[in-house]
Design a binder for this molecule. Structure first.
Ligand code: HEC
Length: 505
């Protein structure tokens, strides 16, 4: 064999071996995770391998727990029950070890599937008896591809944005139209990892102007992309918002409403890009941009990451935004003029309250610490210094301190509701309509991992009721209230999607 062939063969073998080790390491990471290892070592002898009890009465999975099953109660049981006192363990644990064990029990009890299993889930219709309403969950429409967002139209149709396709309309019988022609070009995924698409330039949210009935404006956000024009070999992307009108299935009159200098485009792919949109009562438009792993920038107003941005409906920047500076005082590439709040992690949901017009968001935490937040002007939402979640390896989140961030928790806006363990909260809506009259003003939130819908009643900023009204219905990307008062839910499964509908019976 010639020398060059030997080198190529050796490099190929090396590549295969390194990739193999990498894939093995990634796919077995859960088995090495602290709480799983500790459970087997310290708890399984009494509580059983699958938490279903090795002895009578010690089932932690399928029965109601005597001392409660929220994270705090679980921590308390593990730490203080006399029977646990003799186990020589706690000294070996990291500081957050007990909380991690509590999360592990809670995640198991709620039967969160793995991410790849959740993409394979197939929906079947069901009837649900919830506290205030009996209803069925039915499939209303089958979509060609994975949806990110739906927008109910006044005439009962729904606009849909599919991540790898673009915009289309679903009519009142559930039939999906052809693609709307002429919207910004969308790129295919680069590859899939764990079922999730990895790529740049995916479609994000579609939303109607509050006065759509008169002006026809449709707002569309997507991850804009550049490569060589950004001087990069690898594609880069960043959220961009345009508006346009649909005339005879064509996208017309396009205007850019929010975009940033190419300097802020990043090679981090589009998952968790955000791009959620909401309007308030004065027609200001709010746009979310995820942290995109640039955690040290979340507290730097000159960059777009981890912020909620605010512009007028025509894209003009209001000078009462909290970090606004006149043109000669600021760097032209700075994003500070549109920043409204900051210190966010992964803003996957944004909506307005139909009466107060206040803007609310959901945010995904790490392992635990998903949040429901009320967005306030100049609000510092604390990430990555403060969270109720843990890192995926069961340790405390230390990124904030490592980056040198330093501000007291009193200066941050605390979540109105915390979800620990984390169901991977996605979009949310306030119920308004006649069909589910006893849910009036309640918040409905979807989730990806838990595949559940939560109903929250919040009075004067305080959670007074929390109910899981549906589980096991699929990875929910969006939840909206139709013009007919029914609840429309966009889910993704495999490479396709569906719109489900909650109908009272
Ligand atoms: C020596 C056996 C034993 C071991 C080991 C043990 N437990 Fe327990 N555990 C029990 C018993 C017995 C109870 C019920 C005590 C009671 O009702 O007062 C219990 C109760 C609990 C409860 C409360 C259940 C409820 O109904 O509210 C939790 C949670 C729990 N254990 C978690 C753990 C975890 C996590 C570990 C490992 C770190 C662990 N246990 C190790 C015996 C054990």
């Amino acid at each position: 064999m010639s020398k060059s062939k030997t080198i190529i063969l050796t490099l190929t073998i090396l590549f295969v071996v390194i990739s193999g080790v990498g894939i093995w390491f990634y796919s077995t990471k859960d088995q090495r995770e602290f709480s799983k290892v500790a459970y087997v070592e310290y708890c399984a002898s009494c509580h059983g391998d699958g938490m279903s009890g090795a002895r009578d009465g010690l089932d932690l999975f399928s029965t109601a727990l005597i001392y409660g099953d929220d994270t705090e109660s679980l921590i308390n049981s593990i730490q203080t029950l006399p029977v646990h006192g003799d186990i020589a363990w706690v000294d070996d644990f990291p500081e957050t070890g007990i909380k991690a064990l509590a999360l592990s029990i809670s995640e198991r009890r709620q039967q969160y599937p793995s991410i790849s299993d959740s993409y394979q889930f197939s929906f079947s219709p069901k009837t649900i008896e919830s506290t205030y309403h009996r209803f069925k969950v039915e499939r209303f429409s089958e979509l060609k591809h994975r949806p990110y967002s739906i927008a109910p139209m006044p005439d009962g149709r729904n606009l849909v944005s599919e991540k790898l396709r673009g915009l289309s309309v679903v009519d009142t019988a559930g039939n999906q139209s052809k693609l709307i022609e002429g919207t910004p070009e969308i790129f295919d995924k680069f590859f899939s990892a764990d079922g999730a698409y990895v790529g740049w330039r995916h479609a994000l949210e579609v939303a109607l102007h509050p006065d759509y009935a008169n002006n026809g404006w449709i707002y569309f956000s997507f991850a804009d992309r550049c490569q060589l024009s950004c001087g990069s070999a690898i594609p880069q992307s960043m959220v961009k918002v345009v508006r346009g009108r649909i005339v005879e299935n064509k996208w017309k009159d396009e205007e850019t409403i929010w975009s940033v200098d190419k300097e802020h485009y990043t090679v981090v792919p589009d998952a968790l890009a955000g791009g959620r949109l909401a309007f308030d009562k004065d027609n200001f438009l709010y746009v979310t941009v995820g942290g995109k792993s640039f955690y040290k920038n979340l507290h730097d107003m000159d960059t777009p990451y981890g912020k909620v941005h605010r512009v007028k409906d025509n894209g003009v920047v209001p000078n009462d935004n909290p970090f606004w500076l006149s043109e000669n005082e600021r760097d032209p590439s700075s994003t500070r003029n549109t920043v409204y709040s900051y210190g966010h992690r992964a803003l996957q949901g944004l909506t307005e309250h139909p009466i107060s017009g206040k803007i609310w968001s959901t945010e995904m935490g790490p392992r635990g610490g998903d949040e429901v937040n009320r967005i306030v002007k100049n609000g510092n939402f604390g990430w990555p210094l403060y969270t109720n979640g843990l890192d995926y390896d069961s340790t405390e989140i230390e990124i904030g301190a490592d980056l040198g961030l330093d501000f007291p928790i009193e200066e941050t806006v605390l979540p109105v509701v915390d979800f620990t363990p984390a169901p991977a909260l996605s979009n949310l809506s306030f119920y308004h309509g006649e069909k589910f009259s006893d849910w009036h003003g309640d918040m409905l939130i979807g989730s990806l991992k838990a595949m559940s819908i939560y109903r929250l009643r919040i009075t004067d900023g305080v959670l007074v009721e929390k109910e899981t009204i549906a589980t096991q219905i699929g990875r929910i990307r969006d939840i909206e209230i139709g013009a007919d008062g029914l609840v429309y839910v966009a889910i993704e499964h495999g490479d396709n999607g569906s719109i489900l509908r909650l109908v009272p019976i």
